[in-house]
Design a protein around this ligand. Structure first.
Ligand code: UD1
Ligand code: CA
Length: 454
């Protein structure tokens, strides 16, 4: 049998006023990814053949995000916000191509799972012209109610338009819908705006389909799948659900999370086998942790790749562009940015390594730092294999430390150090015998003078 074609239409034209933010609603993020990107990712696993994103006027940044995530996303502008059916019709030219299935997904419903979208498509394949996701929220106020008679969906009544008995219905419209491509235009073009809000309601599609003797069905799903985001509070709730799912997936794949509820992940965090993550670790986006690595407590990682068997933290900060080699050790209060740390290298305490490459088995002493920024430009530091950088040294970039070189502690290194050389660059130590007690004597003399003045 020929695979059914499917057009997904993502509605993202809303202003999101209740977020009280200058950022369009669908560009807010959970688990390190915009709401829009979550929705597009779920759609991407649903066998769709085309994706349309409906944005509002002056929402070029929303369209840009859609194209960043999905190069072939087609963006349509809804000129005036005249309701969800009007928004769908902004993508009319895509609907006119007559896909077999049309999936309509709200851009502010980031927790939707591919399997749930597949259930909508399956209902169309089984002959329904309209399929709707229903759920039972603790408080149905504000949602459209699904009116089901003899197992068939007969109408969706918007909260504002519902009568007292309809308001009592517990099964609500999750907002995600599938329409048969063959009938979609005929249904959508019959939708009017004769309701309390004077909007073109997509939800009217159900009654119209029924009047055309077509079938409509409701599919009941968990609230989390269709949880919509209108406020910052709901954004935080969705974040919690997303974190719960990511932690479970990590645990299921064999990662040891000692206290999962304290570890924060991103949708793109990748773990190898036998990774251990101690309590209170935050993963920003684009982090990969390879087999057997340990991330100790209170570490923050973003844009970093941690090699096999490496150890990071406690209290380490890995910033974008960090690559930690196999078996390397990054200890407490060490910050690494845009730097490759070679296999077996160590920076165990209080260090900053930025715009650098550190050779295999090199040792960076406590308090040693790269001075990568001269106030206007960034410069690179290269440290050779097996080099030893003594404690509290400052490597003033651009500078190269040769393989096996030895930097005496407290050095300020401004010139290249050849391989295997010893470099000492610090003030000479001065000894003055008996001076300490003389100094103390001078001090107490000063204090007595001050007192006698009082
Ligand atoms: C909608 C449903 C309601 C359902 C609820 C679930 C309608 C008429 N009602 O109500 O039955 O229970 O979602 O959360 O569909 N949008 C546009 N252009 C518009 C209007 C809306 O793009 O002109 C987009 C919004 O950005 C949003 C989505 O459509 O992503 C839903 O719109 P919203 O106003 O939030 O609908 P609700 O009142 O929540
Ligand atoms: Ca809504």
């Amino acid at each position: 049998m020929k695979a059914r074609t499917c057009l997904a239409i993502v509605l993202a034209a809303g202003e999101g006023t209740r977020m009280r933010s200058a950022v369009p609603k669908v560009l807010h993020a959970i688990a390190g990814r915009t709401l829009l990107a979550h929705v597009l990712a779920a759609i991407g696993e649903t066998g769709v053949t085309a994706t349309a994103v409906v944005v509002g006027p002056e929402q070029e940044d929303v369209a840009a995000e859609a194209r960043r995530v999905l190069l072939q996303a087609e963006c349509f502008v809804q000129r005036a916000r005249r309701g969800t059916a009007d928004a769908v019709l902004a993508a009319k030219s895509a609907i006119e191509r007559r896909p077999d299935d049309i999936l309509i997904v709200y851009g502010d419903t980031p927790l939707i799972r591919p399997a749930t979208l597949m259930r909508l498509r399956a209902a169309l394949a089984a002959g329904a012209a309209v399929a709707v996701l229903g759920f039972r929220p603790a408080d149905p106020a504000g949602y459209g109610r699904l009116v089901v008679k003899n197992g068939k969906l007969v109408a969706i009544r918007e909260d504002a338009d519902a009568g007292a008995s309809e308001r009592k219905l517990g099964l609500c419209n999750g907002g995600l819908m599938a329409l048969s491509g063959a009938h979609a235009l005929a249904i959508l073009e019959r939708i009017g705006d004769g309701n309390r809000k004077g909007e073109f309601y997509l939800t009217d599609a159900v009654e119209i389909a029924r009047s055309m003797k077509l079938d409509a069905v409701a599919i009941e799903v968990e609230e989390d799948d269709v949880r919509g985001i209108n406020t910052k509070g709901q954004l935080a709730e969705a974040e919690a659900v997303a974190q719960g799912r990511l932690r479970k997936a990590a645990l299921d794949s064999g990662v040891t999370l000692v206290a999962p509820e304290t570890v924060f992940l991103c949708a793109d965090t990748k773990f190898g086998k036998d990774v251990v993550v101690e309590p209170y670790v935050v993963f920003g986006d684009k982090v990969t942790v390879e087999d057997g690595a340990v991330i100790h407590s209170f570490s923050h990682l973003a844009g970093a790749q941690v090699g096999k068997g490496a150890s990071v933290g406690p209290f380490a900060r890995l910033r974008p562009g960090t690559r930690i080699g196999e078996g390397a050790r990054i200890g407490n209060f060490v910050e690494v940015k845009e730097a490759a740390i070679g296999a077996g290298a160590k920076a165990n305490h209080l260090s900053y390594i930025g715009d650098a490459s550190v050779g295999a088995n090199a040792n960076i002493g406590a308090g040693a730092i790269t001075c990568n920024y001269d106030g206007s430009d960034k410069h690179r530091t290269t440290i050779g294999e097996g080099a030893f950088v003594g404690s509290n040294s400052a490597l003033v970039a651009p500078v190269e430390i040769g393989a096996g070189a030895y930097i005496g502690s407290g050095s300020v290194i401004t010139k290249n150090v050849p391989a295997d050389a010893l470099a000492l660059a610090r003030g000479r130590q001065v000894i003055k015998e008996g001076m300490a007690s003389r100094l103390r004597g001078l001090k107490s003399l000063g204090k007595n003078k001050a007192r006698s003045r009082d």
